[in-house]
Design a protein around this ligand. Structure first.
Ligand code: NAD
Ligand code: ZN
Ligand code: ZN
Length: 389
């Protein structure tokens, strides 16, 4: 089959690779009908995630048709149309039983690698480095899906791929970011980053009852989509001082909760950016936490900082004093996608939201290398690339 493979930093190629096979009784093989490039894939593309190997199949946002099931699979049958969540979860371990799906204890065969960096290992993730399991990803014609009775959800007829594809990752992720804010009537939520995840976080904050959502980025077209499609008020951090503007907009109190939908590659004009950029380049810190620092400093006393942007390792100048003295709550995680998929599918079916509003580019799988470049460099007002195998 054809698959988009990570060959080296900034190099993705379409390769001919062996078709996946059932390896375990609980596996299914899915023929992929739609898959997408995620901001998390850009961290791989830019070489910030260790333990990628040349030839690894990328992709963790995918859906398709079940082609084959292992003998122990009971809920899925050949021909079912499914969306597959990006964390791989067994459904039976302590974490899965406690609704902490991205922390499954049984799905990372390379847990020892993650334990060295993080102390404990989270779940395995499709197409996301050997440290997170070395699983082949879904930017391909077919994928092997372990624990097929646990993760994939069946999609009823009448919904298009584009309406439901993002249930695999970014819609639950944005929703979890907003869910973690414990939104009460009247709340003002600020969201750093108007990429696909930020857009989903904005829309979700409104679904959960936020009164106002203020979104921050520097790309005018992303800010425009945040305003016109997700309903946010927007700030361009290259034009205003974000802290000052947020204080002005919230009567000096700060937002009730702040969502970091940027992650480890944040950017900012001026000296702090250079400081982090240099330290990151010299491997003196792994992540650039500019948006995170700003989110903590801006949050109102006693508020919540919800971090859904991905961080990999260690950060510098973390404002722990601000967090502690002002009784802030920090909540974070790889999305427990399984927790949210069914309720969010219901919301899509009821017409409360159509997450496809973020799609700007539809490409054949063969154009994945161009898709990565375009998404990374924000060419042609790119916000989300869907690939058709
Ligand atoms: P993206 O790269 O398209 O979006 C990031 C946006 O942040 C860009 O528009 C960029 O201009 C903006 N940005 C950069 N610096 C900023 C700053 N200082 N202030 C405000 N905005 C800034 O990616 P995406 O697909 O939206 O993903 C965003 C993050 O979410 C990534 O880190 C990704 O890995 C992560 N993610 C996490 C999960 C999870 O389970 N927690 C799931 C999916 C994605
Ligand atoms: Zn993702
Ligand atoms: Zn488990």
């Amino acid at each position: 089959m054809k698959a988009a493979c990570w060959m080296a930093k900034k190099t993705v190629q379409i390769q001919d690779v062996p078709d996946p096979k059932i390896l375990n009784r609980q596996d299914a093989i899915v023929r992929i009908t739609s898959t997408a490039i995620c901001g998390s894939d850009l961290h791989l593309y830019n070489g910030f995630v260790p333990s990628m190997e040349s030839g690894d199949i990328l992709g963790h946002e995918f859906m398709g048709e079940v082609m084959e099931v292992g003998p122990a699979v009971q809920k899925l049958k050949v021909g079912d149309r499914v969306v597959v969540p990006f964390p791989i979860s067994c459904g039976r371990c302590w974490s899965c039983q406690h609704d902490l799906w991205s922390l499954c204890e049984n799905t990372n065969p390379n847990a020892w690698m993650a334990e060295q960096l993080w102390g404990h290992s989270p779940a395995g993730i499709f197409g996301y480095s050997h440290m997170l399991g070395g699983y082949a990803g879904g930017q391909a014609q077919y994928a092997r899906v372990p624990f097929a009775d646990v993760g994939p959800i069946k999609i009823p007829d009448g919904l298009t791929d584009e309406q439901v594809l993002f249930l695999s990752d970014i819609f639950p992720t944005g929703y979890m970011g907003a869910d973690y804010c414990d939104i009460k009537p009247g709340d003002v939520i600020a969201v750093w980053g108007c990429g696909p995840v930020g857009q989903m976080a904005i829309a979700s904050a409104y679904l959960l009852g936020a009164e106002r959502v203020i979104a921050i980025d520097r790309f005018p077209y992303r800010l425009r989509i945040a305003r016109e499609r997700a309903g946010a008020e927007t700030l361009n951090y290259e034009e205003v001082d974000v802290y000052d503007a947020l204080m002005e907009m919230t009567g000096g109190r700060g937002p009730d909760a702040c969502i970091d939908a940027v992650g480890m590659e944040s950017h900012t004009p001026g000296l702090p950016y250079l400081y982090d950029r240099v330290k990151q380049a010299m491997s003196m810190e792994t992540d650039r936490p500019l948006a995170l620092r700003e989110a903590i400093m801006a949050c109102r006393n006693g508020g919540t900082v919800s971090v859904i942007g991905v961080y990999g390792g260690f950060i510098d100048k973390f404002p722990m004093g601000s967090l502690m003295n002002r009784s802030l709550t920090l909540r974070t995680g790889q999305c427990h996608a399984h927790r949210y998929m069914k309720p969010l599918l219901d919301r899509i079916q009821k017409g409360e939201i159509d997450p496809s509003f973020i799609i700007t580019h539809r490409l054949p799988l063969a154009d994945a290398p161009e898709g990565y470049d375009m998404f990374l460099n924000k060419e042609d007002e790119c916000l989300k690339v869907v690939l058709k195998p």
